[in-house]
Design a protein. Structure first.
Length: 297
């Protein structure tokens, strides 16, 4: 019902971003397009492809790209999560879709999940080329999330770690790294929950990902507050997909942000936690997203 193509397109700094482009097999006229990407420290190999396939089966052209420094995309340092650079790169993905001869440049939507769900909010508020937004289990407020994730007695040590890394970079040293997922409470890692460990450490091709991220990525994450942009998305239609028991991108923060969004908007609640939209709740998350894109693209 669709074909999958490996493509790439240029981004700032002379690097290429790698993507999979899905094109429906039977089509009349130009296609509606959806651009999508993964969340914090994830790649297109991390359980997101079934969502892209659902969209392609529904008749959309889909562009799923790796952020710079991750997966098959270029960029140094590797495994470095700068949200504003990722947003800048994503605008290139939108431009790439617009320039494809198969795509109707005026009928492009954006789907982002987790950290990229936050990017979806910022891009929806600042790029009027987009005609519909789906933000799934989104990051809303990095500061508020950090207050919950890092115990107060450990904040001083984390700030000291940031300071050491900053001074080392002044001396010309490369950014330092920490682990992304580890169940060991004594290890400096981004996530420790069992569902996070299982999700990130799922089998993926060798050489496209490492279980590490720059320490400065954590500083940027604690500074990042995409929820501030949510009331600027209107009049672009916004759908938010929120998991009932999300402790990674906290449910209550997402619901509070949704209340600040202006019409047109729609809220979809799904069962389970942060990673269930990719597996156990895949259909429950993708069906309303498809309907939203069908309606507004």
């Amino acid at each position: 019902m669709f074909t999958k193509h490996h493509v790439s397109f240029p981004a700032e700094g002379g690097i290429d971003l790698s993507a999979w482009l899905y094109l429906p097999g039977e089509r009349a006229g130009k296609l509606r397009g959806i651009t999508m990407a993964h969340g914090y420290a994830g790649t297109k190999y991390h359980g997101i492809e079934p969502t892209a396939e659902k969209f392609a089966e529904a008749g959309f052209a889909v562009l799923l790209h790796d952020h710079r420094g991750f997966g098959d995309s270029g960029g140094l340092p590797r495994q470095d999560v700068n949200p504003w650079q990722q947003i800048t790169d994503w605008r290139r993905a939108i431009s790439y879709l617009q320039d494809r001869p198969e795509i109707d440049e005026d009928r492009i939507g954006l789907w982002g999940t987790s950290y990229a769900g936050g990017h979806a909010i910022v891009l929806g508020a600042t790029d009027r080329r987009l005609k519909a937004i789906v933000s799934q289990v989104p990051t809303i407020d990095g500061h508020a999330a950090g207050l919950r994730r890092v115990p107060p007695e450990k904040v001083a040590a984390l700030e000291a770690l940031f300071a050491v890394d900053e001074r080392a970079q002044l001396r010309g040293e490369p950014p330092a790294y920490q682990t992304i997922v580890s169940p060991d409470a004594g290890e400096n890692s981004s996530y420790r929950s069992l569902d996070s460990v299982n999700f990130f450490l799922q089998p993926i091709p060798d050489g496209v990902w490492e279980n590490k991220v720059t320490i400065r990525s954590t500083r940027w994450a604690r500074m990042y507050n995409p929820g501030l942009w949510i009331d600027r998305i209107s009049p672009t239609p916004l759908m938010m997909i929120v998991a009932e028991k999300d402790t990674t991108a906290a449910t209550d923060l997402a619901l509070r942000a949704y209340e600040q969004a202006l019409e047109p908007k729609k809220l979809v609640m799904i069962k389970g936690g942060h990673y269930d939209p990719y597996i156990a709740q895949l259909n429950a998350a993708t069906r309303p997203a498809i309907d939203w894109f069908q309606e507004h693209l």
